[in-house]
Design a protein. Sequence first.
Length: 454
Amino acid sequence: MIRIWAETALLESGWERDVSLTIEDGRITEVQAHTLPEAGATRVGALLPAPANLHSHAFQRAMAGLTERRGPDPRDSFWTWRQLMFRFLDQLTPDDVQAIAAFVQMEMLEAGYAAVAEFHYLHHAPGGMAYDDLSEMSARIVAAADQSGIGLTLLPVLYQFGGCDRRALGPGQIRFGNDPERFAHLVERAATALAALPADARLGVAPHSLRAVSPEGLKAAIALRPDAPLHMHLAEQIAEVEEVQAAWGARPVDWLLANAQVDARWCLIHCTQMARHETLALAATGAVAGLCPITESSLGDGIFDGVAWTGAGGVWGIGSDSNIRIALSEELRTLDYSQRLRDHSRAALATAEKSTGRVLFEGAARGGAQAAARDAGAIAPGRLADLMALDTSHIDLEGRDGDTLLDAFIFAADDRAISEVWAAGRHLVSGGKHMQHEAITHAYRKVLRRLTAL
């Protein structure tokens, strides 16, 4: 049994003072407000539900800072970045991937995320040859989560083609490729690997995008694990929208809604190139919009229409995608600032009852939990104990309380104000530092040195 006492806490019902929390078997069993601190309880300043990071490509963390030079094309874009990424990943071994994944998961925990949905498409050896164990790379993501302690939702990715014309995968993409039959076998092998983790680990399925799977492949992926989360990139780039429309006769969102039963198990990543009617129609399905504001800014994807989406009751969450920077507060700030810049407004997502920071934080917690299939996202009895605490003595939080505390955290402070993090009751970050920070960092540094020497 774990006991936590907080000076203030954001509960499912709202803010409360002097909150005592009991955790058993990874779940919250009791919440009481207006209590006195008790001996043996971990004492914190402000206790919050810790969001899940709903979209990550772990291996790309080791690329951070390597893609900011302009390529030969005077209009460098997502597509030139993509070619650099393909060349980089051809150097990665299973040992490299495990060390990189453990490091980025540790960073996520220190940034306040309790869990991650890993959109995992690096399956095979360089040249596309399968490892002896088809799920070797999935097992390395699992091994990293075993070391970091993060809550893991593993999403093996189906990747069939290099484009809507069904062209063969290119040299960089060949490590991703599977047909639906081999992919089904890979998913089963990944399930076996995942069994080594605590009971809060989850398995889902991720058809990569409408560019990379056929309609038949998409149908097979949807049916593969019908009760599991299903994630897919959708409407990220203008060129992608044009390619899908030319090949399949409709824009990506319109085509998907006409050809699949999209519902709350779905998480559609990016959605930065949607017409207004698509935004409203997709929001009505209950699917999560998986937003990655730092990566979308880095790649010039465009701006998600968060005002229309939330106005239509849409669910959304936050992911770190390329992992160029792991910063929960910055993701939320970037999302909100993008709305202000587009609409020439302020506090665009706030409501009459809740401040901008409150809307952002609760939205990320709710949507991340749904996308990761975690019974979390709020502090209430029965929920998984995915929790984070803010150090209320941090200079930018001094004297702040209620919604203003979240506003100060997101818009004035940064993730250094985070003191403690629990994932399903596992106390993994204390005093702002992961329990295995040094060992995980040492292994990651060795990988960077090897890759730099190539």
